[in-house]
Design a protein around this ligand. Structure first.
Ligand code: GLA
Length: 426
C-alpha cells in the first residue's frame, strides 16, 4: 500500500469494501483500488470575512468525504453515492466546455464532483476516467461544509487515479494544497451558484490535528495555531433547517459589501485628499475601525450595518489569535457571542432557529460562547464549552428547542483533525 500516512477514516474503509460490490460489471481497469478523503470544517471565528479579503480561523474536523475507486481506460467517470444510494455518470470529453450541458443531467451531489473535474481540466491537467464509491460522515448540508469536503476529496481522488499526470503537494507538484482549495472554491461556485469565498475549501485542504488555521484570504498566507483545549469541547448543533434562500441572500451580501467598499473609498478620498493609501482600498479589509467610525455614518443604513459587522469581525479574528496563544478561552467565548449578535443584527443572516439555539446555550453554565456558523439562514451553531457543560447543554436543547421551533436539533462533538489523505494498493 502507498499512503500519505494518515490513518484510514472509517468512511474510506467502508467505501473500499463497497467498491467491488457496486462496480461488478467487468470494466477493464487501468489502475489498482485506492481511496482518497478530505475533512469537513468548523470555523471558530471569521464569518463572512473571506470574500472581503479578510481573516478566518477554521478548524478541520474528524468527519470526511471519501472516494474509493479505480482508474478506467477511457474518459468516463461513474460514481455511486453511498449516502444518496444513487449512481451518476459523466464524461471528461469536452470539459470544461461541456460543463453546463453535463451539469443539467446530474443530481446535486454529483455536480460538485463534475465542477472540480471541470476546473482541473480547464487548467490543462490530463485526468483519467474512474469508477468510485463516495461515502462520508460529514452531516450533509449541516453546516460543516460537506460540499467542500466532497470537492477537496474529488481533487485528491483525481490525483490518485491520474497518478502519472497529476500530483498535489509542495513546490514541484502539479498543484499545492492552496491551489487545490482555489480550484474547489470555483467548483463550488459553478456547481451551486453561490459566489462563496475560500474559507471552507482552504480549511479542508489545510487541516492538521489539534490546530486551527489563521488564513489571510487576500494573500492566502496561513499559519497554524494550537487548538489544544483540555477540558473544553466544540459542539456543533444543527438546526435541521436547510438553507433554501441562502444562495441569493449570500450573493446579495457579497454585493452589498462591494458597494460599501467603493462608497467608503470615495468618502475617504473626499475627506482625506492627501491619503496615499485610500485610492488602493479594494475590500472592507482595507478600512480601519477608526476610518469606519469617522465615515461609516455617511453610508446608507443597510450598507453601514453590513460593513460595520465585517470590519469588527476581522478585528475579532485577530484578537482571537492572541487569545488562543494565551489559552484565554473564556475571552474567546465572549467574542463568539459578539459575532452572533453581529450576524443577527447587522449582517442579518441568522434565523429564528439559530437564535433559539444560541439563547438556549447562553443559559447553560459552562458554555463559554456560541454563535451561528457558516453562510446562515439555517445550518448550525458552534459552541465552545466546558466538558462538564456538554450533557447539560444537550438536555437543554432536547428540552427547549423542539418546543420553541417545532424542530429537532442534532448534536455533534468535533475534534480538530487532519487534512486530506489517500491510500493506494501498489
Ligand atoms: C459559506 C461560504 C464561505 C463563507 C461562509 C461565511 O460557508 O462557503 O466561503 O463565506 O459561508 O463565513
Amino acid at each position: 500500500m502507498v499512503s500519505n500516512a494518515t490513518p484510514l477514516p472509517q468512511p474510506a474503509q467502508a467505501a473500499l469494501t463497497r467498491f467491488p460490490i457496486v462496480f461488478a460489471d467487468g470494466v477493464n481497469y487501468s489502475g489498482p483500488l485506492g481511496a482518497a478523503w478530505a475533512p469537513g470544517r468548523v470555523n471558530l471565528i471569521g464569518e463572512h470575512t473571506d470574500y472581503n479579503d479578510g481573516y478566518v480561523l477554521p478548524i478541520a474536523v474528524d468527519r470526511v468525504a471519501a472516494f474509493a475507486g479505480r482508474a478506467r481506460n477511457d474518459g468516463i467517470i461513474r460514481l455511486w453515492s453511498a449516502q444518496f444510494q444513487a449512481m451518476a455518470q459523466f464524461s471528461l470529453e469536452g470539459l470544461p466546455t461541456t460543463f453546463e450541458q453535463q451539469r443539467e443531467g446530474l443530481p446535486g451531489w454529483a455536480r460538485y464532483v463534475l465542477g472540480v473535474v471541470s476546473e482541473l481540466s480547464g487548467k490543462g491537467i490530463p485526468l483519467s476516467g474512474f469508477d468510485a464509491v463516495i461515502g462520508g460522515d460529514v452531516p450533509l448540508g449541516g453546516g460543516m461544509s460537506s460540499s467542500a469536503a466532497l470537492e477537496v476529496a474529488t481533487a485528491y481522488a483525481c490525483a490518485l487515479f491520474s497518478v502519472d499526470h497529476f500530483t498535489i503537494g509542495a513546490e514541484g507538484a502539479t498543484l499545492t494544497p492552496m491551489q487545490v482549495a482555489a480550484v474547489c472554491q470555483y467548483a463550488e461556485q459553478i456547481a451551486s451558484g453561490v459566489q462563496c469565498g475560500i474559507l471552507d475549501q482552504a480549511a479542508s485542504c489545510l487541516g492538521q490535528p489539534e490546530k486551527a488555521v489563521l488564513l489571510d484570504c487576500r494573500s492566502l498566507d496561513y499559519r497554524y495555531l494550537p487548538f489544544h483545549a483540555p477540558g473544553l469541547s466544540l459542539m456543533v448543533i444543527d438546526t435541521g433547517v436547510r438553507r433554501e434562500l441562502a444562495a441569493s441572500a449570500y450573493n446579495e451580501r457579497r454585493k452589498q459589501c462591494e458597494e460599501a467598499t467603493s462608497m467608503l473609498r470615495e468618502i475617504i478620498l473626499q475627506h482625506e485628499p492627501n491619503n496615499d493609501t485610500a485610492g488602493a482600498i479594494s475590500a472592507l479589509r482595507d478600512i480601519s475601525q477608526g476610518q469606519f467610525e469617522r465615515y461609516g455614518g455617511e453610508l446608507l443604513a443597510v450598507l453601514r450595518k453590513r460593513a460595520g459587522y465585517v470590519i469588527a469581525e476581522d478585528a475579532r479574528v485577530l484578537e482571537t489569535v492572541k487569545l488562543l496563544e494565551a489559552n484565554a478561552f473564556e475571552e474567546i467565548g465572549a467574542l463568539l457571542w459578539q459575532t452572533h449578535a453581529g450576524l443577527r443584527d447587522e449582517y442579518e443572516v441568522s434565523s429564528v432557529e439559530l437564535d433559539a439555539l444560541v439563547e438556549i446555550a447562553r443559559q447553560v453554565q459552562g458554555v463559554l460562547g456560541a454563535r451561528m456558523m457558516g453562510g446562515g439562514f439555517g445550518g448550525c451553531t458552534i459552541n465552545l464549552l466546558r466538558d462538564s457543560a456538554v450533557e447539560p447543554l444537550r438536555l437543554a436543547v432536547e428540552d427547549q428547542y423542539p418546543a420553541q421551533t417545532g424542530r429537532q436539533a442534532t448534536i455533534d462533538i468535533c475534534r480538530a483533525a487532519g487534512g486530506p489523505g489517500f491510500v493506494r494498493a501498489r
